[in-house]
Write a protein that binds this ligand. Structure first.
Ligand code: FES
Length: 121
């Protein structure tokens, strides 16, 4: 059901963990499946780039793989560029998620946008 890439990111996530001194924290949850995701971002204030990013996800394999992938896609990008990452980008980068698991990719983009929104305020 899952691509090799999904399984790799699920089994060996590079960005899993908490960040104590995060500049931004974004959260998202899906009440239907109960999955919960927190993203931690460290921002380079001069360039507005995401210099570090981590996640904590309580959820299915697809949600964990998508969390790791969005971290990979967002790291090094400006907040503006990161805001344009779509759930399709996440799914495609994972070799496509099954249709029933697309909401897992949506969840991670929601968490990233939640964090970015807070920076603008
Ligand atoms: S099953 Fe809901 S986020 Fe994966």
């Amino acid at each position: 059901m899952y691509s090799k890439k999904v399984l790799n990111h699920f089994n060996n996530p590079k960005f899993f963990g908490k960040m104590k001194d995060a500049d931004l924290i974004g959260k998202a949850g899906n009440p239907r499946c109960g999955d919960l995701l927190t993203l931690y971002l460290k921002i380079d204030k001069k360039t507005n780039k995401i210099k570090d990013i981590k996640f904590e996800t309580l959820g299915c394999a697809a949600a964990i793989a998508a969390s790791d992938m969005i971290c990979e896609l967002a790291k090094g990008k400006t907040l503006e560029e990161a805001r344009n990452i779509t759930f399709r980008d996440v799914s495609n980068s994972l070799g496509k998620l099954p249709p029933l698991k697309m909401h897992c990719a949506q969840l991670v983009t929601e968490a990233l946008n939640d964090a970015i929104k807070k920076y603008k305020k």
